[in-house]
Design a protein around this ligand. Structure first.
Ligand code: WTA
Length: 630
């Protein structure tokens, strides 16, 4: 495999990968176990748009994660599970054990009538059984759709019905710091509106009382007991669906991004090994939740397909105290640590003694993902966690890209704080100006990608038209990322943030339209507009401008009702930080809300709001400015 060890390697391999992508990716893919190799490495039509990789090839991804590594790795630890409460014993799951557990789940799914192509919703806490559930689906060719366990019933309903899940795998509850979340009762509430779901299997984690619906619900622990350790892998086409993962969109409905077996496997494995420069025997820890793409690609598929030891952490960075991450690193001798800027910023606020009391000498590589990292957080991370000796890989990518696209290669690429630096092999970025022309050399514009890569999402589940419009209509012939970007004189990329109606709060993508529609469900609310504003810890916070039918009598009471409502419909992560009641919104004559103005108000910068004369009612801007919440 074309692994990069120096900047010269990078230059050469990058060049080759661009000149002859098919040869490059064919070589990378050659290392895996295929039941049949491909007739053609890739096929691409920008206009449809349709991408296919490793056409005609047959495989099962779990054979590449499990069987391929056995018996050699029988006793090597695949997963280190660190529970929410440090007083509870961690669990170490070897590759041998992981295979047996995955097979049991595969057999259970088959016994329950789940077949290749059926969609299974997984709504579970960060326990090893979540990994077994995901890989169990992949073993038998069922399509997993993981929903982050912090989402509420409303979000769960949308995601289950959109792709017609037949089954839900869940738990009685989840531990999160000192809180307990009653997952099963959220599932029960959601399923009232999800007629496609026939069966629910419930893993007992918290011992919470759960009401079990006869004929539909059974306990995981009871079911799994009698299952066989062997489960024949379903032989999949490289382009068969592996999973669906929902991400927020500019319009209300989340988008079910579709990833397929072959390309996703090859790309997550290659990027894991390349970016982090993973070496045999290292312990890798990605702190993301498996409910997001980062957890899919870099807790499960990338590291495990590479035969690495991957840490699975159930808890949160601040429980029982702000030293928790550093304690886990020390406890498990973590070598590569991958987290989000929001976590770094929140830990940076805590006294340094929380870091200093732990031995972090095992660390060799650090990474960040999910949002732009600010200069200060970068230096704090470098100095206090990496002790100035660990390269920091600032990895830019998206749910849609499946794996890392632009990033330093650890120890190889010269770093520049806040820059994601250079594209990985096979990745061809383009910087576009406001007229849709490609910018050459240094400049600032919108980031697009000119050429497909193996892990690109193939479509939005059930809505290819939306896929085309969202990603391929802004710049014909190119994939538009939705991000703003700057390129310096050396060709280094710095991602500056979203340029569409998506905001990134604590590293989570939220669609402003989705938040607005849940605010609008309140009977007192007539209309709302949501924008992001800079937030010290979360990166961006949620600022809502709300019009009520009648001026609210008790503003604070209404604010807390609105927050509760959003929390109930979407999840606590989407709760507005600031709610301003306004008599009207700045709209154009055609009725379009001028979000640019609202963003300025939310940022606290009203000195130059630009031209407001085209507004239907320019006076409303003055009132909004006066009432802005600091
Ligand atoms: C943002 C997460 C700056 C970006 C893997 C992107 C980043 C969105 C970075 C995707 C980074 C991700 N620097 N911004 N290193 N990584 N982003 O789908 O706006 O949850 O479009 O995927 O996060 O978020 P998603």
């Amino acid at each position: 495999m074309r692994i990069i060890h120096s900047q010269a390697d990078y230059q050469n391999i990058y060049k080759e990968s661009i000149e002859n992508p098919e040869r490059f990716w064919g070589e990378v893919a050659g290392e895996f176990v295929w039941h049949r190799t491909w007739d053609k490495v890739m096929d691409w039509d920008f206009h449809k748009p349709e991408a296919a990789w490793f056409l005609g090839a047959k495989l099962n991804i779990t054979e590449n994660i499990l069987d391929r590594h056995l018996p050699q790795r029988e006793n090597q630890v695949a997963l280190i599970w660190e529970p929410n409460n440090p007083a509870e014993e961690p669990r170490k799951i070897t590759y041998g054990e992981l295979k047996r557990q995955v097979c049991r789940v595969g057999n259970l799914l088959r016994k329950k009538g789940i077949r290749k192509g059926d969609r299974v919703c997984i709504y579970m806490p960060m326990v090893p059984e979540l990994v077994y559930a995901i890989l169990g689906c992949a073993r038998i060719g069922a399509v997993h759709s993981v929903v982050f366990a912090g989402f509420s019933a409303g979000s769960l309903i949308d995601r289950i019905t959109d792709c017609g899940c037949k089954m839900v795998l869940t738990a009685d509850g989840a531990f999160r710091g000192d809180k307990k979340i009653e997952l099963k009762s959220i599932v029960d509430e959601a399923l009232i509106q999800c007629p496609t779901v026939e069966q629910v299997v419930v893993f007992e984690r918290t011992g919470s009382k759960s009401s079990m619906k006869q004929g539909r619900d059974t306990w995981w622990q009871d079911e799994i007991q009698g299952m066989d350790d062997h489960c024949s892998p379903e032989i999949m086409d490289a382009e068969d669906l592996l999973f669906i993962l929902y991400t927020s969109g500019s319009t209300g409905k989340p988008k079910g991004m579709v990833h397929t077996c072959g390309g996703y496997m090859v790309y997550t494995n290659y990027t894991f090994r390349t970016v982090f420069q993973y070496k045999e025997g290292q312990v890798f820890w990605c702190t993301a939740d498996i409910g997001w793409i980062t957890g899919h690609s870099y807790i499960i598929y990338g590291p495990l397909s590479a035969g690495a030891t991957s840490v699975l952490f159930e808890g949160i960075p601040s429980y029982p105290d702000f030293g928790r991450f550093w304690q886990v690193i020390e406890r498990h001798r973590v070598n590569i640590f991958y987290t989000a800027p929001t976590a770094i910023r929140s830990l940076e606020q805590a006294p340094l003694s929380f870091v200093q009391r732990h031995d972090l000498s095992s660390l060799q590589v650090l990474g960040t993902v999910g949002e732009p990292i600010n200069e200060e957080a970068w230096h704090w991370y470098d100095k206090n966690i990496g002790k100035g000796e660990c390269p920091i890989v600032d990895t830019w990518w998206q749910t849609e890209t499946g794996g890392v696209m632009i990033s330093p290669i650890a120890g190889v690429t010269p770093l520049k704080p806040t820059y994601a630096t250079l594209p990985l092999p096979g990745v061809q970025p383009a910087l576009m100006d406001e007229h849709g022309k490609e910018i050459k050399g240094a400049g600032e514009g919108r980031l697009a990608l000119k050429y497909p890569w193996p892990a690109m999402a193939r479509t939005i589940y059930g809505n290819h038209k939306r896929f085309r419009e969202t990603y391929f209509s802004t710049f014909p012939g190119k994939y538009f990322t939705g991000d703003g970007c700057r390129r310096d004189g050396e060709g280094y990329y710095r991602i500056t943030g979203r340029v569409d109606d998506i905001i990134i709060v604590s590293g989570h993508n939220l669609g402003t339209a989705e938040i607005e529609s849940s605010i609008d469900e309140h009977s007192a609310v007539c209309e709302s507009a949501v924008v992001g504003f800079p937030h010290d810890i979360k990166g961006q916070g949620v600022y809502a401008f709300v019009i009520c039918y009648n001026p609210p009598e008790e503003e604070d009471k209404l604010r807390s009702e609105i927050r509760d409502l959003v929390s109930k419909i979407i999840g606590p992560i989407a709760k507005p930080d600031k709610i301003q009641f306004v008599p009207g919104l700045p709209k154009t004559r055609s009725g379009k809300i001028m979000r640019r103005i609202l963003r300025k108000v939310a940022e606290g910068d009203t000195s130059n709001l630009g031209d407001v004369t085209t507004l239907l009612d320019p006076n409303v801007v003055e009132v909004i400015k006066q009432g802005a919440i600091k």
